[in-house]
Design a protein around this ligand. Structure first.
Ligand SMILES: *Cc1c(COP(=O)(O)O)cnc(C)c1O
Length: 414
């Protein structure tokens, strides 16, 4: 699939005249369409809810778009709980799925009436001591060994720090019930950026089977099963997209065959997708400020890893196009780099691109999720602005760029 960008070269120049590069720009229309597709995937499921993973794009304006269409949030920090609240999402529309959780986070979640999803059996006591126990509690299951799944970002479940073991899961529900908790959910998050159907069906299968076992062994009828996030996007133009229809139909069959057949016909399904909601709805827009020819040919941008970590952190591919040169032949090979004193600070290595000139505007695709959000301040580099292209075509500043004053604000200087 060719990579799209919603603004032509002139329209983009007009935006840049008002908001200088670098910036991330998000497209409201695409975000809404992405969520609609996920809702339709699970439209058959009783009271299905998507808890948008706030960490993907932690901006209240983005959360508001999704919340307006019915999404809740998935939070893993105090800040994400606050962002959720800023966007008007409270109560059980929030799921707190954090790990190594500090007390103040549990307290804030409880105050908001969020569903708390515990990452460890010892957290039952910790939660009780530090915040009190809620009416509803969920546990994150780590299935240890699974089929062919578990890819680069999260890794094999048994090697991951998340969740309770199979034996702990049964103990945890019993302990919580003894302490007076009345309503229960079950959660897992196995995949990350997964585009294959099998992984999602397999996840649903082990979760549904576990729900039946919990009913049979403990007499607990779970209220919901949260299948996590991890729906991938095609970062490379040649990548196949997720087959949502196959996933929806496949999970529906499993729901009938495993849950309904065992008398669990009301279990609510939940997901907590981040990337698939906002990933392909965002772009990092940056200006070429240098061209350097040494042992290789380098294109230097006015952005760096502070604005997009994924290539340096995971070796992730992000497609790049040059505004106004979309149809030019990719007959040059470049390393596209940022300005950090860190040799990993490269957006692309040996990338075939059309001839690039200083002043060209580069569009780095699919930065809407885990893009701006991961930014850091090494070398005193500042995080960029975030813009939102509204459905009516207007471009709104939804986060200003950091300034040096922001960077110095926490220092004792004199
Ligand atoms: C990161 C994360 C998500 C979202 O993952 P995506 O790959 O963006 O869908 C959901 N749940 C938990 C617990 C996470 O840590």
């Amino acid at each position: 699939m060719p990579k799209n960008f919603p603004l032509d070269a002139q329209a983009l120049r007009d935006v840049i005249a008002k908001f200088p590069t670098p910036f991330h720009i998000y497209d409201e229309k695409i975000i809404r369409a992405n969520f609609k597709r996920l809702r339709e995937t699970f439209s058959w499921a009783p009271s299905y809810i998507e808890h948008f993973a706030v960490k993907a794009t932690p901006n209240p304006q983005i959360v508001k778009i999704l919340a307006g269409d019915g999404a809740g949030t998935d939070c893993s920090s105090l800040a994400e709980l606050k962002i959720s609240e800023m966007a008007g999402v409270t109560g059980e529309k929030i799921m707190l799925t954090s790990n190594d959780t500090p007390a103040d986070e549990f307290q804030a979640a409880l105050k908001l009436g969020a569903i708390i999803n515990l990452d460890d059996i010892t957290h039952i006591d910790f939660l009780e001591k530090n915040a009190g126990l809620p009416k509803v509690l969920s546990f994150r299951y780590n299935p240890a060994d699974i089929m062919n799944v578990g890819n680069d970002i999260i890794g094999r479940p048994a090697d991951a720090k998340y969740g309770l073991t199979r034996n702990q899961i049964f103990d945890a529900y019993q302990i919580a019930r003894r302490k007076g908790v009345k309503r229960f959910g079950l959660h897992t998050m196995i995949a990350s950026n997964e585009r294959g159907t099998e992984t999602f069906l397999y996840t649903a299968q082990i979760m549904f089977e576990l729900a039946v076992e919990i009913k049979n062994r403990l007499g607990i009828n779970l209220e919901f099963v949260n299948l996590g996030g991890g729906f991938g996007i095609p970062y490379r133009p040649e990548d196949l997209p997720v087959d949502y229809r196959a996933i929806g139909e496949g999970i529906r069959e499993l729901y009938d065959k495993i849950l309904i057949a065992n008398g669990l016909d009301k279990i609510r399904l939940a997901t907590e997708s981040g990337r698939a909601m906002t990933g392909d709805a965002g772009w990092l827009v940056s200006t070429v400020i240098h061209e350097k020819n040494t042992y290789k040919n380098y294109i230097g941008l006015d952005s760096c890893m502070a604005n997009l970590m994924r290539p340096a952190l995971y070796g992730a591919y992000h497609h790049i196009t040059i505004s106004g040169k979309e149809n030019a032949a990719a007959d040059h090979i470049y390393d596209v780099v940022g300005s950090l004193c860190e040799n990993n600070d490269k957006f692309a290595i040996d990338r075939p691109l059309p001839k690039i000139d200083i002043g060209d505007i580069l569009i780095i695709h699919d930065t809407g999720a885990h893009g701006h959000a991961m930014g850091f301040n090494y070398n005193g580099k500042l995080r960029s602005a975030e813009l939102l292209l509204r459905e009516n075509g207007e471009v709104e500043l939804i986060r200003r760029a950091e300034t040096l004053d922001d960077y110095f604000a926490t220092l004792k200087i004199n």
